[in-house]
Design a binder for this molecule. Structure first.
Ligand SMILES: [Zn+2]
Length: 412
């Protein structure tokens, strides 16, 4: 194969490694990066005349896309000034890029109405900041405030309220197009009307933090909801005579389901079962909080104090209530793989499927024309390097050092 037209006007580079596509792993494959895009993918001998970087036994996967992430490296999304939120979201996106996340949806916890509006404006601001070391901020996921008080989890019950079309409109105005996902408890008054209105406005509505039974959850999907927030957590259990929201979501081909794939929120065996039950519809998320990447201690989730011990975060005031995670996407994929999920399926749950949830058509797949967002993985699935838009953003061992050309390439 020859290098496609256009390759000569910008830097082109071939990575030779195992290439993880949505269907399978190309054992000895190659991938041609041309500026900010992938221009060709193949197996066998790489294109003649190209600069080839042989990555040996390493693998190239699409960059991970996290739909549910509250923080990391000491910062959280919720904040009280637009500038503070924008800075925090950028810092969080930098941290997660070192773990293979190339794009994320900044996720809020329930908060006072004005604080939530400010936070959404801050996320919108963060999207306009060009930071060459950060994952791309695609928009906002509002986890609440329209949630069930009895399923608040680590959300501040004081900030839970009834679904409101007027608040929805205020949020949409503040977000200026950044609002991608909203988690809602469909049994709350007016929830179905809000689901219809938000769906019509282009927001993906997600069922979560809910007491809804099977029929109510099904009604939410019929009203337009298409996603379930951290399936199994903060909702009624799956029981054989009371299938609840878990069965409603797993059984519905219209619906994608989030799994906090840390092996703590959901047992590895159940993670694998859920991935099998919802083929092509399972989404690995982190639900990571500010403590992610840091050591044991006390941290904040929204206004609530939480305590990290080992890999487990719980409310400081209620040690039995999990309060998000300290998970990163690389560990999520490794946890799924260790649970017996085939590697290409585990990677798909962290890439193509979450991209499809929010209509990010140029992300999540290593195919010609897609954004050159990718993660280079060691055989043990740890991150060797991260590339976003054809630019190296994380390469601690200077694996890609000979490719200085792509380091200086402009991001789109
Ligand atoms: Zn969350």
């Amino acid at each position: 194969m020859t290098i496609p037209a256009g390759a000569t006007s910008g830097p082109a580079l071939v990575l030779q490694a195992a290439i993880i596509t949505p269907d399978r792993v190309l054992d000895r494959g190659w991938l041609l990066i041309d500026g900010p895009c992938i221009s060709a993918v193949g197996s066998g001998p790489p294109p003649a005349g190209a600069r080839v970087l042989d990555l040996g036994r390493r693998m190239v996967a699409p960059g991970y896309l996290d739909l549910h992430v509250h923080g990391g490296a000491g910062v959280q999304v919720n904040g009280t000034s637009v500038a503070e939120v924008a800075d925090s979201v950028t810092a969080m996106a930098r941290f997660h890029a070192t773990h293979g996340t190339t794009a994320l949806v900044a996720t809020t916890v329930s908060d006072a109405r004005d604080t939530l509006l400010t936070t959404v404006r801050g996320i919108s601001r963060a999207m306009t900041k060009a930071d060459h070391h950060a994952a791309t901020v695609l928009g906002a996921h509002l986890e609440g405030p329209w949630l069930a008080p009895s399923r608040a989890g680590a959300q501040n019950p004081q900030h839970l309220r009834e679904p409101s079309i007027s608040e929805l409109h205020d949020l949409l105005d503040a977000a200026m197009g950044a609002l991608l996902l909203i988690t809602i408890a469909p049994e709350r008054p007016a929830a179905l009307a809000v689901i219809r209105a938000a769906t019509a406005a282009g927001v993906v509505m997600s069922v979560g933090h809910t007491e809804a039974d099977f029929d109510t959850t099904r009604a939410a999907f019929d009203a337009g909801a298409r996603h379930a927030t951290h399936l199994f957590n903060a909702m009624p259990d799956l029981l054989h005579r009371r299938p609840g929201p878990v069965a409603a979501a797993l059984a519905d081909p219209r619906v994608t389901v989030e799994l906090i794939a840390d092996g703590i929120h959901v047992h590895p065996a159940v993670l694998a079962l859920a991935v099998t039950a919802a083929p092509g519809r399972a989404v690995a998320v982190t639900d990571a909080i500010s403590a992610t990447g840091l050591g044991d201690g006390l941290y904040r989730l929204g206004e609530l104090e939480v305590k990290l011990v080992g890999r487990r975060v719980a409310l400081a005031a209620a040690a039995g209530t999990l309060a998000g995670s300290v998970l990163t996407m690389d560990v999520a994929v490794a946890t799924l793989a260790a649970a017996g999920v085939p590697l290409s399926v585990a990677v798909r749950a962290a890439t193509a499927t979450p991209a499809s949830v929010i209509g990010a058509t140029t992300k999540g797949r290593l195919v010609p024309g897609a954004d050159a967002d990718m993660v280079i993985l060691e055989p043990d699935l740890s991150v060797a390097a991260t590339i976003i838009g054809g630019q190296v953003v994380h390469d601690p061992h200077r694996l890609l050092r000979p490719t200085a050309l792509i380091e200086t390439a402009g991001r789109p």
